[in-house]
Design a protein around this ligand. Structure first.
Ligand code: ANZ
Ligand code: ZN
Length: 847
């Protein structure tokens, strides 16, 4: 019999079609028994699928398949994050409408996704640029407005005077607009903000991770970003009392006696009062320069700059008169925008004092200056001698009692500006009326649809302001002439809650039915990139907590978190070890790889490339190696041989059946089951596959491979390589040999054995992906030892412990006995005349 060759392209599309037709992976959300909810961060509709998508979805698909085979009801949805600037830019370049560009990308990507042969639940697909979705962005916004979580504020922003638009920090390159190259300035612009700071406390991760399992690095990163610090707000009075007092925020009130100057930021509202006439010119020109710097540049500024205002304030504790400076290393967006300068104990203040020749006064004993640590206070009046922490406590109390200031918890987190002067986004549902002011669009008028006919190429005006028909409306309040808000929402709003929508994507009454939310939330595992530690995953926790607070969604688990577990995946680099990019020419196109090696090989390789959170280069040899492995799995069919099959079909003879697989074979098999099961559970896909490779080497050396072994092997490989395993399973009809309990796939009612095998193949087939996961039996894994008594001339001289599987081999046992030091000494260099072995019992030596 000549065997068919392994040609992935032939069998993969065939099985994908069959699985689809049989609706093998569809999930009935009404029944959440044994649910397992897996989500991978939804992809952005940038164009073709890249290898990163395969890494993110293909590998997790194997994980999802494993859980299906464990008998869980796996929900693994997908959607498309499809609003954003790239759509506009690409559309401008290609002369297409952003909608056309986006929707054709989605179509293309969905097609490419299907090449993976995944268990993704396409029925639940969410597309964020469709009104049926973004209506709920608008609804959430209105709720936030109602609760004072959304608000409008003039914010000092990066402004391009020629594009007439606000720029995000990353769009400012060396002080210039990255679109047109003009010098960027600061401008106060009206923006819509979300008060995420109101949730700072709730977003902070507590010890123990809030009852969920998220990576430590993610939790720490978020806590640092939130940046909770407890300190003191303290007023410094003007020495002449003609100016209002300046309030500072400090976390080191214990250093109060070491203050030798005060610094306010260039945007500080009291600056005008403090600048004296003689200093005016210098201060003005300093501010001009500072205005052009971004916040990032200011934070990084190494060479401290600043100017004296000409005025003084008084230290409320020491009574010292201290100069007031203006400098841009003090940020306007944190604390009070004013700092008490303690150069002896703060690095930045130290540099500043050195540069401008200001006094440095040591007040905490500890070491070389600047000394930022804690210690005993010196030069601190009545507080000298106290240690820092006690001094802080005592001074805080004193300050509160004497109304000099107050204790304050401060966060580094900023409120989130969601206003974008762009076309391709969710319209902010607000109307401006001359008479009524800011009027929210009534809920019944949602969605506010994005108009189609718009000049979205840059004209210097917000594109929506040019859509006259859309822009001009009647005020919902008074019926008078009014105008719509022309900003759209930041795309991060879209992906802050999409996972809730997967559960009910077409619902037009609510975000999702509460029964589904109750049954299926929280997500069991949420996979995504570690680069989303500070943006996306923090924002989505905020949205979830808000929606729970207003009771728009239930929080059945009571955890207040949307994902029980978060796993960050790594990054696949180009073969040259650099990030893949078109300009470097190191981009790996998954379609090409699939055409050459098949989806199974690509999936398997990506799972095998290393630990899942690793940053690893694509290695063409690695892919070939994995492809070769699959070839060998395929060829193993030959080893099944007619003989083994005959043995099986004649298995009515139990003795024959039992003899067909050795103890060591069983041990290997159960070892492999255990290894693969445990490793996949722990998200160690690479070592799970290594285990399979080891077992394959073992099997390949055997003359005959038993059906049970091959079947088990295919089952363990099935999550990683769903096509080849299905093909072998079906063509060998191995499934008929062994009765395996089936996994409910969501369509069955109660029993797991209700598959109707009488139905034609078209509507039902006994897929390998409906089988349950093999179980290992520890009994095969224990190193079982048997005690053998060794006699020399009738006297017991040694008791040997021999492994069970070699106990029948007289040569091995004899050799071990003769090598034993005890036996050697009792033989005393004489060679044995006769050796009798009763297997498993006694070895008798006669000399
Ligand atoms: C005096 C002092 C003495 C300070 C000392 C530190 C060490 P965190 O921990 O991040 O909250 N600060 C306050 N507002 C600032 C602003 N707008 N821009 C730049 N720096 C600012 O930092 C709090 C400390 O950062 C505050 O405590 C203040 O300097 C500075 F030995 O006050 B400290
Ligand atoms: Zn009105």
């Amino acid at each position: 019999m000549t065997m068919k060759k392994y040609i992935p392209s032939e069998l993969e599309s065939k099985w994908q079609k069959k699985w689809d037709e049989a609706k093998l992976y569809s999930v009935d959300l009404d029944n959440a028994k044994d649910k397992y909810h897996v989500v991978v961060e939804l992809p952005y509709t940038s164009g073709n699928l890249h290898i990163g998508h395969w890494f993110a979805f293909g590998v997790v698909d194997s994980f999802a398949r494993f859980h299906r085979m464990l008998g869980q009801k796996v929900f693994f949805p997908i959607g498309f994050d499809s609003f954003g600037l790239p759509a506009e830019n690409a559309a401008i370049k290609k002369g297409l409408h952003p909608r056309e560009w986006t929707m054709s990308n989605i179509e293309m990507m969905a097609k490419q996704f299907r090449l993976m042969g995944s268990v993704l639940n396409w029925d639940s697909q969410v597309i964020t640029c469709l009104p049926e979705y973004y209506k709920w962005n608008q609804w959430i916004f209105l709720k936030m407005l109602e609760k004072d979580i959304a608000y409008r504020l003039k914010v000092s922003s990066n402004w391009c005077p020629s594009c007439q638009t606000v720029l995000a920090d990353e769009q400012v390159v060396a002080g210039k607009c990255d679109r047109c190259g003009s010098e960027v300035t600061k401008k106060d612009v009206d923006q819509w903000l979300l008060r995420i700071t109101a949730y700072a406390d709730k977003l902070e991760w507590r010890e123990g991770g809030n009852g969920v399992d998220w990576p430590k690095a993610t939790m720490e990163g978020q806590n640092n970003w939130i940046g909770k610090s407890i300190g003191v707000l303290l007023n410094f009075q003007s020495d002449s009392e003609k100016n209002e007092p300046i309030e500072v925020f400090t976390t080191r009130i214990d250093t109060i006696y070491g203050v030798t100057f005060l610094v306010i930021n260039p945007e500080h509202p009291l600056l005008d009062q403090y600048v004296t006439t003689s200093e005016q010119a210098e201060v003005t020109s300093y501010i001009e320069v500072a205005k052009r710097k971004s916040e990032l540049e200011r934070k990084e500024n190494k060479d401290k700059t600043g100017v004296f205002t000409g005025s003084f304030v008084v230290n409320p504790l020491s009574g010292d008169k201290i100069p007031v400076w203006v400098a841009d290393y003090v940020l306007s967006g944190y604390g009070t925008g004013a700092v008490m300068g303690v150069p002896a104990h703060d690095e930045r203040d130290f540099e500043f004092a050195k540069k401008f020749g200001l006094d440095i006064k040591e007040v905490v004993k500890g070491g070389e200056l600047p000394y930022e640590g804690e210690g005993d206070l010196i030069n601190s009046g009545e507080h000298s001698g106290l240690i820092s922490s006690d001094a802080r406590e005592k001074l805080s109390k004193y300050i509160e009692q004497n109304h000099l200031g107050s204790i304050k918890t401060q966060y580094h987190l900023h409120d989130w500006s969601i206003s974008r002067q762009r076309y391709w986004g969710t319209p902010i549902p607000i109307i401006y009326c001359d008479k009524c002011g800011v009027v929210p669009v009534p809920e019944k008028d949602l969605p506010v649809k994005l108009p189609d006919n718009v000049e979205y190429a840059p004209t210097g005006k917000s594109p929506l302001a040019l859509a006259e028909d859309w822009f001009s409306v009647k005020c919902p309040n008074c019926g008078g002439d009014a105008k719509r808000e022309t900003d759209t929402m930041d795309g991060f709003v879209d992906n802050s809650w999409y996972f809730l929508r997967y559960l009910d994507p077409k619902n037009d009454k609510e975000i999702a039915r509460s029964k589904y939310l109750e049954d299926w939330m929280p997500i069991d595992v949420y996979f995504g990139g570690s680069e989303h530690t500070l943006g996306h995953t923090l924002y989505s926790r905020f949205f979830y907590k808000f929606l729970v607070d207003i009771k728009a969604i239930p929080d059945t688990s009571g955890l207040g978190e949307y994902a029980k577990k978060r796993i960050n995946h790594g990054v696949i680099l180009g073969p040259d070890g650099a990030r893949m990019s078109k300009s470097k020419g190191n981009v790996i196109d998954p379609d090409q790889q699939v055409a050459e090696y098949g989806a199974d090989a690509v999936r398997l390789y990506l799972a095998f490339i290393g630990p899942y959170d690793i940053v690893a280069p694509w290695n063409p040899n690695g892919l070939q190696g994995v492809y070769h492995f699959l070839q060998r799995v395929w060829l193993l069919q030959e080893k099944l041989g007619t003989e083994a099959q005959k043995l099986r079909s004649e298995a009515s003879n139990p003795a024959l059946d039992a003899g067909s697989i050795s103890n060591h074979d069983l041990k290997m098999m159960h070892w492999a089951i255990k290894k693969v099961t445990e490793d996949i559970s722990e998200v160690k896909f690479n070592t799970a596959i290594a285990g399979l490779m080891e077992w394959l080497n073992y099997l390949s050396k055997k003359d005959l491979v038993m059906v049970e072994e091959y079947q088990t092997f295919l089952l363990l490989l099935a999550p990683f390589a769903p096509h080849i395993t299905e093909e072998i399973w079906q063509t060998l009809e191995v499934s008929k040999v062994r009765k395996v309990p089936k996994v409910p796939n969501g369509k069955e009612k109660d029993s797991v054995d209700t598959f109707d095998t009488s139905k034609p193949f078209d509507t039902f087939f006994d897929s390998i992906h409906q089988q349950s996961w093999p179980k290992f039996d520890n009994k095969y894994l224990q190193e079982e030892e048997i005690k053998i008594v060794v006699q020399v001339n009738g006297k017991v001289r040694e008791i040997l412990k021999i492994q069970k599987d070699i106990v029948n081999s007289s040569e091995v046992v004899e050799k071990l006995a003769l090598e034993s030091p005890k036996i050697r000494s009792s033989l005393n260099e004489l060679s044995p005349k006769k050796i009798i072995y009763i297997p498993g019992k006694i070895l008798s030596i006669v000399v």
